[in-house]
Design a protein around this ligand. Sequence first.
Ligand SMILES: Cc1ncc(COP(=O)(O)O)c(C=O)c1O
Length: 414
Amino acid sequence: MTSRRGFLSANAAAMAALTSAKVRAAKTSSTGFPYTEFEALIRRRDFRDMTKDVLPTPCMIVDQAIFERNVKAMAERTKALGIDVRPHVKIHKSVDVAKLQMAHGAIGLTCATIAEAELMSGAGLKNVMWTKQPASRNAIERAVALSKKDPTFSFVVDDPLVVDWIEQAAEAENARLKMLVSVYAGLSRQGIENGQPALELAQKVASSKRMKFDGIMAYSGFASHTHGWQKRREQSAKDMAQARETVELCKKSGLPVNIFTGGSTGTYNIDHENGLTELEAGSYVFMDTAYFAVGGKDNDAAYTDFGGALTILTTVDSKRHPNQVTIDYGNKAGVRATDAVKGMPWLEVATQGAEYGLLKWKDGSSEPKLGDRLEIYCTTLDNSTNYYDRYYVAQGDRIVDVWPIMGRSGAAQR
Ligand SMILES: Cc1ncc(COP(=O)(O)O)c(C=O)c1O
C-alpha cells in the first residue's frame, strides 16, 4: 500500500496541475437564505440564491463545466480511436450522470451490482451490463427477472456451475438471457482461466436454449492504476494477452464474439490496441486522487486527460492548535489520508474521528481560518459517493441542480 508521503510526492505534480480553489469564508450571519425551507426548495428545484456558502457540510459538489468536459472528451477521443464506451456507473450511482453519458454516445452502461442494473434499466436506459455473476438465489432470480423485463440487459458468468443454476431459473420463468464469459485478466477476484476452460464455458452458454452468448469480458484492473503511461500500456498488453487469445479461440471454434469488453479510465487510450471493442471506464467523469497520480500520455507525472470535477465541501470548525485545523469531513463522510485539498496541496488530510477530520501543514503560502470552507478531492470515487445521498451541481459558486446518489439503502439496494 502506498504511504501518504509516497503518495503525496507522486501526486504533487498532479495536484499542481489542478485548478486552484477559492477559499471561502462561511457566512455566519444571516444571509437571508431560508434554511428552514432548504429541502422544500430542492424538491421544487428552486435553486435561486443557493450558493456553496449555504450548503450543509460535508457534502459533495460536482463542477458542472468540468464534468461535462470530461464526458465530451471521453466520447470524442474514443470515437477517434474507434472504440465504444459503456461507462461504469459504480463510480456515480446517478441516473442523471448516466443520462448525460448516453446522450454523448455511450452504447450502454456497466454495473457492479444487480441493484445498479435494475436502477439504470428502470430509468429507461438500455444495454445495461452487469459484470459480476449471480451466485445466490436472490441474485439469480433478479437477473432472470430483469432479462425478461429488459431484453437488452446482459450479465457475466465465470463458472459452469452458475450456468446450471441460471439455466434452471430461466427455464422456470421461460426467460431468454444475454450472457458474457468473464475471463482472467490479471485480477484474481473473478474470471475463468483463459483458453480451453473459457471456450468450454462459452460453448455451454451458447448451447443453452435459454441463453445467448454475447462475448467476453476481461477487466485488467491492475493495469488501470499502473503509474506512467508507457508502463501502463505494457501492463495492460500483458494482462490482456491471454484474453485476446481466448477471443480468437472462440471465433475459430465458430462462436460469434460480438463484444470484447473491459478497460478503464487509466487505459482508455490504450486498450483499443488490446482488441477490446468497448471500454467500461468509470472514474473519468469526476476523477479522484488515485487517478491524478497515474500520469498521462503527455505528462508522466500528472494525469490531466480528465479534470477533477468532484469535491467534498467541508467547514473548518475548530482552530485551537498551531499548524492544524479541524474540519467536519471525518470517518463517517469517508475522509482518507490520500485525499487532497483543492488549491492547497500542502495541506495534509487526516482523521480525528467519526465527524472530525484534520488538516495539518508545516508551511504554506496561506493557512485555513476558522469558518473557512474548503473543497477536497476524494481518493476513490465509488467508496466515497457511497457515503452521500446527493450531488450538488455547481456553476462556480452557484448551485444549479441536485442529483440523487441512488441505491445505497441496505444490502439489497447496493
Ligand atoms: C468491472 C470493472 N470494469 C471497469 C472498471 C473501470 O473503472 P475506472 O475507469 O473507474 O477505473 C471497474 C472499476 O472498478 C470495474 O470494476
